[in-house]
Ligand binder design. Sequence first.
Ligand code: 8YV
Length: 366
Amino acid sequence: MESVSVLMPRPTFPYLEQELDKRFKLLRLWDYPHSTQFLKDNANSIRAIVVNSVDPAKKLIEALPKLEIVTNYGVGVDNIDLNRCKERRIRVTNTPDVLTDEAADLAIGLILALLRRLCECDRYVRSGRWKLGAYKLTTKMKSLICDCNCEIRMEAEERVLCSGMGQHRHPSGLFWNGQRTNQIERGDREGKDDFSGKRVGIIGLGRIGMAVARRAEAFNCSICYHSRTKKPESQYKYYPSVVELASNCDILVVACSLTKETHGIIDRKIMDALGPKGALINIGRGKHVDEKELVSALLEGRLGGAAMDVFENEPHVPQELFGLENVVLSPHIGSATVETRTAMADVVIGNLEAHFRGKTLLTPLV
Ligand code: 8YV
């Protein structure tokens, strides 16, 4: 197999590269400054590609006439046109199962971080504010001084939080570079900040959705869900529409795959149905959520809070979110542990080996 050309469009995980190097002729596209010319020159010898779930692979696949297999280093395959691959008889694999626990653990971590304000608490301790007074459960706190030399005058009994980026909040409004905006801070610490016993709604009751549900059950949460069809084997309450689900839960977890149908599934209507005390958790794809609407819903207090691992245009995250304490942000780390990424790499390698040895693929999609 050493002569089989396998292309990687960009660096993924060193272990994966090492193991591919041992077995195949690994071509690293990023090593070639003139990548378009390189692709043209090598198009007829490349038989496999290894792509990351967030790499837009459609164009690349079209540029390779001799492609036999696309191995996706991730479970989500919204980056690949499966129908086109079927048409061209290109096999496609992904990495299900091995990342289920990791992704579900992260969902629970995000819920706890958001509801218990763990990131805010961490900032509270690090900034030395604890020494000025105990962390309070209400928005009205004894005068806390912003750490930067901002121009904003603070009244006693008011709390101002500084994002360090020119954005400041206090209970009566939001400031940006000293300019007061008309946005009102609401949906803050008004109860509903405990996880145990809450109603958890899950969009997409697949492997990851189920793993989130099982974990939330251990927190005595009641579970309900929405998916394309009701799962006869599940005892959880099914809602045929997302708006009904959002109206009937405290925490809404997006765990479905990105398709034409689920693109923008979390729009203004859903955010309003979830309401000022509701929490939105996204471990699916950024494009599931209308980010502009999310920013408005949070700033206007129509949505209680949000914890997001994925974004519409990664690695770009709407700046407006940075100053909000009722928001937790993580950089697409659903599967990002060494153990899980290693297991995912082994699935990729296993699929490539199986294909080139004429054996059954481990995790075929096409
Ligand atoms: C990673 C993912 O972003 O599995 C997915 O669908 O989004 C993640 O596991 C990525 O594919 C690994 O680099």
